[in-house]
Design a protein around this ligand. Structure first.
Ligand code: COA
Length: 342
């Protein structure tokens, strides 16, 4: 029986680079603090390009790399916490722009674990026989929901998109095992509110009052607090280390493999210190963890797709190399996929 495999990858980043020094002009921080606490040196920030634009560019590249035509795609799953609209979905915008005329399309939200949730969802559609070729895109313009006055969070994130095409075949990045987890009891650790309930029976709740900056020049009817990322950083840090470690151990067990069988681990790119601690707990040399967070920061649902596409582009992946992709994020959510390159 054929497996489900990744047959093409793509990425797209906004051109504008925001360095740590640029950030130190906005908030009370320094290049030294950000580098030593996170490993991040710079990130890409949109100067106008939207989540669906990034998704379109990354998705288009993945379809070309897969050797497919847009009309061969049966389903597009976009995963994002920063869509351009509640409706239409980012996936529908991409479907029209790439010309995937035979494709169904929907968005999926699992915060920074979005790419793993999206790929595991695609795997199930392909395994069931419902679809042959699925395009999964993680795309974010996190810059639109950052609190640019909060130095403890705005320095961590960036914008970008990564994509994969998955199909039923034994060639490419063949999925050997996958798993998903969620723990809603920790949902308060990482949040971003939506628009408040406002209708003839409910007035705007007080905690949605705007900040001074948001009030400037804004029409009165829009005077609620815009959605912003808020987090309890140290608790997220501990959760991340524990969940990366557990996911790696559990997926190895599920696949009947040991850590020595793994060539690369692509973790969600949140913080170098999180990855260093997880590498110690899992007893895996740090060199086996692929990292690009120094250049892009945390791009949430996009990070694993961007990193995988970069690793593929290096040409370093050899036949038989096994990889673990491991994500974690708001919700809290986590998940992992074990692949073999054939
Ligand atoms: N520049 C300078 N100082 C900063 C700063 C910044 N950008 N951000 C916070 N600080 C200050 C704090 O105000 C605090 O000052 P104080 O001691 O005077 O109160 C000090 O640095 C230490 O803050 P602390 O929160 O203890 O730092 P930390 O070592 O825990 O690092 C994070 C903070 C946010 C980098 C870290 O907790 C983290 O990475 N957490 C995970 C976040 C994450 O990955 N989220 C997304 C997951 S998908």
């Amino acid at each position: 029986m054929s497996h489900v495999a990744i047959i093409g990858t793509g990425r797209y980043l906004p051109e504008h680079i925001m360095t740590n020094d640029d950030l130190s002009e906005l908030v009370d921080t320094s290049d030294e603090w950000i580098r030593t606490r996170t490993g991040i040196r710079e990130r890409r920030v949109s100067t106008g390009i939207s989540t669906s634009d990034l998704a379109y560019e990354a998705g288009k590249r993945a379809v070309v790399e897969a050797g497919l035509k847009p009309e061969d795609i049966d389903l597009i799953i976009c995963t994002t916490i920063t869509p351009d609209y509640f409706m239409p979905s980012c996936a529908c915008i991409v479907q029209e722009r790439i010309g995937a005329v035979n494709s169904a399309a929907f968005d999926l939200t699992a915060a920074c674990t979005g790419m793993i949730y999206g790929m595991v969802t695609a795997e199930q559609f392909i395994k069931s026989g419902m679809y042959e070729n699925v395009l999964v895109i993680g795309s974010e313009t996190l810059s639109r929901i950052l609190d640019w006055e909060d130095r403890s969070s705005c320095v961590l994130f960036g914008d970008g998109a990564g994509a994969v095409v998955m199909s039923k075949t034994d060639k490419g990045g063949v999925l050997l095992a996958s798993r998903l987890e969620a723990d809603g009891s920790k949902s308060n650790l990482l949040t971003c509110s939506a628009i408040p309930l406002q209708n003839p029976y409910v007035k705007s709740p007080s905690h949605f009052q705007p900040t001074e900056i948001e009030m400037q020049g804004m029409p009165k009817k829009d005077l609620y607090r815009l959605p912003k990322i808020e987090m309890i950083g140290q608790e997220v840090f501990k959760y991340a280390v524990r969940t990366i470690t557990d996911n790696i151990n559990n997926i190895l067990k599920k696949a009947g493999l040991s850590i020595d069988d793994i060539a690369y681990i692509i973790p969600h790119q949140a913080n170098q210190r999180i990855i260093e601690q997880a590498s110690k707990f899992c007893k895996v040399p740090l060199e086996r963890f692929y990292m690009n967070l120094d250049r892009y920061g945390n791009t949430s649902a996009a990070s694993i797709g961007i990193a995988l596409d970069e690793l593929v582009a290096t040409g370093e992946l050899k036949q038989g190399d096994r990889l673990i992709l491991v994500g974690f994020g708001g919700g809290m959510t986590s998940g992992s996929i074990l692949l073999e390159w054939r």
